[in-house]
Design a binder for this molecule. Structure first.
Ligand SMILES: C[S@@+](CC[C@H](N)C(=O)[O-])C[C@H]1O[C@@H](n2cnc3c(N)ncnc32)[C@H](O)[C@@H]1O
Length: 239
């Protein structure tokens, strides 16, 4: 008998933003493999889940995934690939022994989440293993809600982009779209803020730090603190 892998979006931080389905499946799965951004560090996704689901009878594996740039169509950094391989190998072991595995992931699994890389690695090892993706509330929606503004209305064109890419690509995107969501902004504020100023977009931008979490902050002046928390998203809406 084979088990099933569930990649579960657990929302942006507030446990109340977990879906009923996410809670039910986490309660059902005996094994949780939770991603951690730092070696021997805590898993944010696990922290969210623990606010709602009792972990006492669960086998919990916290697995470190290094935070490095991934470009589609290019070979990933060997350290990153090694982490995907190791996670997939552990998951395959449990699934082949008939145990269902939950992979809780921050926000929604479809948005810049390690969950899909792990699935791809898993399929290369065992193409017929069953996998189900459970959507979650993304930090994008949560950030817009915290800022009290829409992402797009009417015929607005909305785009999501990691701010870690080069200024040329950011500039082009900011020129072309009506509404731009910039993720992973925390390490690049020193070049992003001057770019927004140069494009006369600073007054159209809002930075939401730790949306729905304790310590949530909404900042419309981006020039004063260039070192926000990793969980920070900027929304630039022109209209
Ligand atoms: C690897 S991506 C994960 C996105 C996630 N899958 C989602 O749907 O929200 C990490 C980035 O998401 C954004 N992020 C995650 N949680 C956030 C939060 N609570 N508030 C604001 N931004 C957040 C930040 O831009 C962060 O750098």
């Amino acid at each position: 008998m084979k088990g099933k892998l569930y990649v579960i979006g657990v929302g942006p931080g507030d446990p109340e933003l977990m879906t009923l389905k996410a809670v039910r499946i986490l309660e059902h799965c005996g094994v949780w493999l939770a991603p951690a951004a730092k070696k021997n560090g805590e898993s944010t996704a696990l922290g969210i889940v623990e606010g709602v689901v009792d972990r006492r009878d669960k086998e919990i594996i916290t697995h470190h995934f290094p935070m490095k740039k991934i470009r589609m169509g290019q070979v990933p950094d060997p350290e990153v690939k090694k982490a995907w391989d190791a996670a997939a190998a552990q998951i395959v072991g449990h699934l082949q022994a008939g145990r269902d595995v939950a992979f809780p992931t921050l926000g929604d699994p479809a948005i810049y989440s390690t969950g899909f890389y792990v699935c791809e690695t898993l399929f290369a090892l065992a193409p017929d293993l069953p996998v189900e993706i459970i959507p979650g509330v993304s930090s994008i929606g949560a950030s817009a809600a915290a800022a009290g503004q829409p992402l797009c209305l009417g015929d607005d064109r909305l785009v999501v982009i990691p701010a870690t890419f080069e200024n040329g690509r950011l500039r082009e995107t900011l020129e072309q779209f009506d509404s731009v969501v910039l993720m992973k902004v925390h390490r690049v504020m020193d070049r992003l803020v001057p770019l927004l100023a140069e494009m006369d977009l600073l007054d159209k931008a809002v930075l939401v730090e730790r949306s729905s979490q304790g310590g949530q902050r909404i900042r419309r002046d981006l020039t004063t603190d260039l070192k926000p928390h990793y969980f920070s998203t900027i929304i630039v809406r022109k209209s």
